[in-house]
Design a protein around this ligand. Structure first.
Ligand code: G6P
Length: 610
């Protein structure tokens, strides 16, 4: 969950590193640092706090170095502080490393290194890497070999980048279970946790595979595995442009990403579902015969991705008539789920790096289950682990709270559900074509909802001082209630709970008092009448009712104090539209309370530890 960056080339390295760290800040922002070779020594600057603190601290620094490494941290081992900030140096101070991940055997390694005379200066697990690399350099290895040999001794997950002031023309990286991508420029090279820092300079990248190490110097790139066997670099082009990774005029990434959803949905559907009802999902690597052999589906994910799975379960079961179980990945992997070659396990992870989801997919494969993953990041770890991959094509999502990646995950899941329905003969071609036509209407309908942003803002600002919110829904509105509550609490730090409206009388109704905002997802469904009764119960106890509802629905108008209007669509597709007012509500409450929606406290975009 930390962000790392490295550069070697003709440019002045410091601005490249600082700009790169700014674009990686969503991965962690409790401290930051850089290391640059200067006259045979390393200049290391580190600061607690956001990257801006580091930028201020380096303002007067020399700018002539042509290589360097940088890091922005999200603490896992050792409190957030300057002494625990990366880069970490070896005993000579000439060699430094940055690290993303967790070294599980750091205690034992530290003891051995201390016994061998190494002196430590931080409480982090990462510092052992600097000293291990130093030990191998002292034994005669060059930096690439030293990093590779050190990596072999580490247990856990890591991406490392190292630099040695005695050979300033090279940087070396290695990865196991944590992302690291190489950027190939013209005589200049980059290493980073994701492509954002590379985009201003190049779109040509090499995704380092698990267990590979790379040396970058003006002479080129050398890649070896951890045994030292040479691998030929295989490069690909990134389609995302620089603008896509910036805010494009919006005050925050989150708001920009909320507004990008119609475009993202079109991109996700394009080439896969055409208006005539044809589906093309070759990337799934699942033939109709394979599907016919599947008797149960498990969906595993974390956070908002888990909510995407909950939404999809309703559609899968109704359309394809196949049982679907869903688990948070951290529970699935440890509870001995019963899997077989007839089970399909669907992993959902926007980043493709979430440790628990990745482990759940690996577990499923070990049990001989078939696996499909849905991710936004091409080349991410999870995409390399599964039998089939559906990419969400949402573009980079920088805001920590998932928005466009969630709606596009849901779209991918629906396509998968339709594919199953078709292969199992559970839904007629006409009915499937109708769903696809409705789905293709969604982007335009989402634009309509977005155009009503000022109405959501007005409601949000009125309720922003509230101490707690309740979200209720039935049917497919139930997971939306959970997502609405999650969004609100993660970015505005207001207590919020989402639950099935039918459960209200079994406990949550005790929380209702005069003026408590209750947000009901009250769009058309077979259970709307029952939901309205639950709304009445809340209203009778003084709650202020906010409903997400369809245009002109008189029944809802009668019980709601405020209505956030969405256009009409099929019941199962309603999440695509209903999620937008919920996202906007959370966003505007956060802004009204003075919170930074892009960087919520204690949270990270990508959770690469358990
Ligand atoms: C973090 C993020 C959430 C995200 C979850 C799962 O907690 O803050 O927004 O939903 O991880 O991430 P994934 O990349 O696996 O979808």
């Amino acid at each position: 969950m930390c962000g790392i960056v490295g550069y070697v080339g003709d440019r002045s390295a410091l601005p490249v590193l600082l700009e790169g760290l700014k674009s990686l800040e969503y991965r962690g922002y409790d401290s930051a640092g850089v290391a640059l070779p200067l006259d045979g020594c390393l200049e290391v600057v580190r600061r607690a706090g956001k990257v801006d603190e580091l930028i201020a601290a380096t303002a007067g620094s020399a700018n002539g170095q042509h290589s360097g490494i940088g890091h922005t941290r999200w603490a896992t081992c050792g409190e957030p502080s300057e002494s625990n900030a990366h880069p970490h140096r070896d005993c000579t101070g000439n060699l430094a490393i940055v690290h993303n991940g967790i070294i599980e055997n750091h205690v034992q390694l530290r003891q051995e290194l201390v016994a061998g005379g190494h002196v430590f200066h931080s409480a982090t697990d990462s510092e052992v890497v600097a000293h291990l690399v130093e030990a191998h350099v002292n034994a005669g290895a060059d930096l690439l070999d030293a990093v590779r040999l050190a990596a072999r001794e580490l247990h856990g997950s890591f991406a490392i980048v190292a630099i040695d002031a005695r050979n300033p023309g090279a940087i070396v990286g290695a990865r196991v279970d944590a992302p690291l991508v190489l950027g190939l420029g013209d005589g200049e090279y980059f290493l980073a946790s994701d492509v954002a820092p590379l985009l201003p300079y190049t779109r040509r990248v090499v995704w380092l595979a698990d267990g590979e190490a790379a040396q970058l110097s003006p002479a080129g790139v050398r890649i070896v595995d951890l045994e030292g066997v040479e691998h030929a670099p295989s490069s690909s082009e990134i389609a995302w442009d620089r603008e896509a990774a910036e805010k494009a005029g919006f005050p925050d990434f989150m708001l920009k990403e909320i507004h990008e959803q119609p475009r993202a949905l079109r991109d996700t559907l394009r080439g896969r579902a055409d208006a005539s009802g044809e589906l093309t999902l070759d990337e799934l690597a699942l033939s109709p015969e394979d599907i016919a052999g599947v008797d149960k589906i498990f969906i595993v994910a974390c956070g908002s991705s888990y909510h995407a799975g909950l939404v999809a379960k309703y559609a899968f079961e109704r359309w394809a008539r196949i049982p679907v179980e869903i688990d948070v990945a951290s529970e699935f992997r440890y509870r001995d789920p019963v899997l077989s070659p007839k089970t399909l396990v669907v992993g959902i992870s926007q980043s493709g790096e979430t440790a628990d989801t990745l482990a759940a997919i690996r577990y499923a494969r070990r049990q001989q289950a078939r696996t499909v993953v849905i991710t936004n990041v091409v080349g991410s770890s999870i995409s390399r682990e599964a039998d089939g991959v559906l990419y969400t094509h949402a573009g980079p999502e920088i805001g920590v709270a998932a928005t466009k990646t969630l709606t596009t995950q849901i779209a991918c899941l629906w396509l998968l559900g339709l594919w199953f329905s078709w292969a199992r003969g559970a839904l007629s071609p006409e009915a499937a074509a109708e769903v696809i036509a409705d789905l293709w209407r969604c982007p335009e309908q989402m634009e309509e909802v977005l155009a009503d942003d000022s109405r959501v803002r007005e409601v949000a600002e009125r309720f922003a001082p509230a101490e707690g919110f309740l979200f209720i829904g039935r049917g497919v509105g139930y997971p939306l209630a959970m997502e609405g509550a999650l969004k609100l609490k993660e970015i505005s730090y207001v207590h919020a709970e989402g639950f099935a409206a039918g459960e209200m009388k079994h406990g949550p109704i005790a929380l209702i008092d005069k003026g408590v905002p209750v947000v009901a997802i009250a769009t058309h469904s077979r259970v709307l009448g029952k939901l309205i009764s639950n709304i009445e119960e809340a209203r009778a106890r003084g709650a202020s009712i906010v409903c997400v509802a369809q245009k002109g629905d008189e029944r809802v108008l009668e019980v709601a104090g405020d209505v956030l209007v969405v256009p009409q669509t099929a019941e199962l597709l309603s999440p695509m539209l209903d999620l937008i007012p919920l996202q906007l509500l959370a966003y505007h409450v956060a802004k009204a309370r003075g919170c930074d929606p892009d960087r919520p406290r204690n949270l990270a975009k990508s959770v690469t530890v358990e």
